[in-house]
Design a protein. Structure first.
Length: 488
């Protein structure tokens, strides 16, 4: 089957029977019609339709090596610099469609799967079947254009002990049984974004395992359909309040649900397993396969799109109320421009310094991507702060669409106009600023940017440990030694 259309995505979803607990209800299907999900599901359908649009199909698809049909570019295994550019251009088209607000578009996990499958020999070290499984699974996801989400971390009960030790080892998802056909998983994982409307759940390793016998049941990587019996999701309160686009311009399109994942004796067939009981393999899952490079390539492209959006938004805001000429306003706008140019430079450097890895995949350089993923969680927090500072009380003078078109219309035109906009236009703009920096949707975006790639504090720890600082130490030491020589 070629790259999906929006209609095909919705049809498959309507046949899914994923179990989702939300606001006291238990849904088993019908996600695409539920008020909490129907708008974001429509946005995802639009992304799939873009794959068939005259404007974007050439960049969003390529020819499948197995069927000759067009399939999604995020599945393309890059071999040449042109392939990497094509991948980035495809990421950008989808990211632009949501102003970078959708973190879990399919290209995120597709990029990971592409790299994992290319490194099938690495999986085969433990068992040749695992190598074959990951290769076959990637092809299935590519050819059926499935939407995958993933869940990595154990529930947050007591972080002073390892995930494997929570509640005496009876809480985090673990293998409780192995039978002739597969394994049985019991317990929970903390979070999975877009789980209610994804097709597939990837249950991959994340926290570092120690390789002790106790870690064995927690060392696994597998993928299961979203409506596998025993798999349940507990969704947080939705932030799409089913309000008009005018009033909640972002939440009414881009609200990706986050869910706790419960495994109630879920049976996973062996052919869906990529690693079992091997802590060392699990710990090297992302770095040894270079999957993290390709995921971060997608992430930095998305955050570039998001930063472009914030720059455009702040510029319309400052022009609208005539504050462009003030020095501190320019300083804040300059901060956003600097972030944008920094991200663009990281992307360019990652592509320019890309190298073929041992599996023949052209891999974007890790140093600039790693710097970007360590910086952005903090840089993004400044954007809502800047928008709030520059929008000031104007962010509270934001009546709803019913007011703009209702009995308050004349007052809104008279008193809420701005230097460049009519009252109605100013309210429309400021509602967008509000949804970017004040609403519940905006807070979740800020939390997402801070945490979705892992805790920045622990990422920084890993960064410092892995960064080779010896040449710089040697340089300074030589400088110090030179002083001593000169003095003697
Ligand atoms: C909006 C959102 C969407 C997400 N989507 C997904 C998803 O789709 N799939 C998925 O798998 N995950 C997802 N995550 C989870 C994300 O992976 C985690 O938030 C991240 O790994 C941090 O872990 P934690 O939230 O459990 O924080 P914790 O580990 O509980 O940390 C809480 C605080 O304690 C500190 N702390 C805890 N332990 C230590 C330690 N050992 N050393 C130093 N400091 C420590 C941290 O620095 C932090 O300040 C999402 C998170 C968010 C916020």
């Amino acid at each position: 089957m070629p790259a999906r259309t929006g209609k095909e995505f919705l049809e498959r979803l309507s046949n899914s029977r994923a179990t989702v607990h939300i606001q006291g209800e238990t849904l088993k299907g019908g996600i695409q019609d539920h008020p909490a999900f129907r708008n974001v599901v429509q946005t995802y359908a639009e992304l799939y339709d873009l794959q068939h649009s005259d404007a974007h199909k050439d960049v969003l698809t390529y020819t499948s090596p197995t069927t000759g049909e067009p399939v999604g570019t995020s599945f393309l295994t890059p071999k040449t610099p042109e392939d990497l550019v094509k991948r980035r251009n495809a990421f950008k088209v989808w990211a632009d469609h949501s102003n970078g607000m959708l973190g879990r578009t399919g290209d995120y996990m597709n990029s990971s799967l592409m790299a994992l499958a290319s490194a099938a020999d690495w999986f085969a070290q433990a068992n040749p079947a695992f190598g074959e499984n990951i290769r076959r699974y990637y092809e299935q996801v590519r050819e059926q254009d499935l939407l995958c989400t993933h869940t990595l971390i154990p529930p947050q009960v007591n972080r002073s002990v390892a995930g494997t030790q929570q509640a005496g080892g009876k809480l985090a998802a673990r293998i409780v049984k192995e039978d002739d056909n597969g394994v049985v998983i019991r317990g929970a994982r903390m979070l999975a974004t877009i789980a209610p409307f994804a097709d597939e759940m990837l249950v991959f390793p994340s926290t570092v395992l120690r390789g002790t016998p106790e870690d064995k049941p927690y060392s696994y990587a597998f993928a299961i359909p979203n409506d596998t019996p025993g798999l349940r999701y507990i969704a947080r309160e939705p932030l799409d309040y089913d309000r008009p686009r005018h009033d909640h311009p972002l939440a009414s399109r881009f609200e990706e649900s986050d869910c706790v994942v419960v495994f109630d004796d879920v049976h996973v067939p062996f052919e869906r397993c990529f690693a079992l009981g091997d802590a060392e393999l699990c710990n090297g899952f992302y770095s040894q396969t270079n999957s993290v490079n390709h995921m971060t390539h997608q992430v930095v492209t998305r955050t570039t799109a998001k930063t472009e959006y914030v720059l455009g938004l702040v510029s319309l805001l400052t022009e609208a109320i005539g504050i462009e000429q003030f020095g501190h306003v320019q300083e804040d706008v300059a901060e956003i421009i600097t972030t944008l140019e920094t991200l663009r430079a990281f992307l360019r450097a990652a592509e320019a310094d890309a190298e073929l890895n041992e599996y023949g995949v052209l891999t974007p350089a890790w140093a600039p991507l790693n710097a970007a993923r360590n910086l952005y969680p903090k840089l993004y927090q400044r954007f809502p702060a800047i928008l709030r500072k520059l929008g000031a009380s104007g962010l509270m003078a934001t009546p709803t669409e019913l007011d703009v078109n209702g009995p308050a219309a004349a007052d809104i035109e008279a008193y809420l106009q701005s230097a460049t906009l009519t009252g109605a236009e100013r309210v429309k703009l400021f509602r967008l600023v509000w949804d970017t920096c004040i609403s519940a949707f905006s807070s979740r975006q800020a939390l997402y940017e801070y945490y979705f790639f892992g805790d920045p504090v622990r990422m920084a720890g890993a960064y410092v440990k892995s960064y080779d600082r010896e040449p710089y130490k040697a340089k300074v030491q030589a400088f110090l030694d030179q002083h001593s020589l000169e003095r003697s």
